[in-house]
Design a protein around this ligand. Sequence first.
Ligand code: ZN
Length: 217
Amino acid sequence: MKKEKAVVVFSGGQDSSTCLFWSLRRFQEVIAVTFDYNQRHKTEIECAKKITSELGIKHHILDMDLLNQLAPNALTRNDIDVKDGVDGELPSTFVPGRNLLFLSFAGILASQVGAKHIVTGVCETDFSGYPDCRDIFIKSLNVTLNLSMDEGFVIHTPLMWLNKAETWKLADDLGSFDFVREKTLTCYNGIIADGCGECPACKLRKRGLEDYLSTRK
Ligand code: ZN
């Protein structure tokens, strides 16, 4: 696959940064795409820009403000709290249709730049109930994208069956553990690296990190 091009859906967080390093090992050319949907923390976009420029990767930032207009939620509005879902409800951070739209636009970009591969950090293991992080959804969308554009895209999901500790291990195996730990942003409160330590995203990241570090040789 060395000679081929890949578009990586990239938010500047732990998962998509690990996918970026995974892709750099695998493909000749890697293009990152970040979606600007007026997320609460502009830091997210800044962080994504910084990482791609440091790694010398071509970076597209696409305006997806429409998503914010249609689906206000805790990631886009300061007056909505970040909460885990209770009694089978989805968490307040769920944005309906987000991965459907992001991956469709990533597909359009891939077709424009002649990339066959699309890489996303979605994961079913820790998926907090997000329906659009499930493997079956990605496989279904892969078929739909190919039919819609008459392309032979392959959507890669290197993290699909990993837990957070295993994602840290993957970053480490790729030689990017320190980079991912120090330069990525996962925190819902917009604090880079180890984050605020209090929000659900920080707790998940921290638990995974501790689990991984306890086994690291
Ligand atoms: Zn946090």
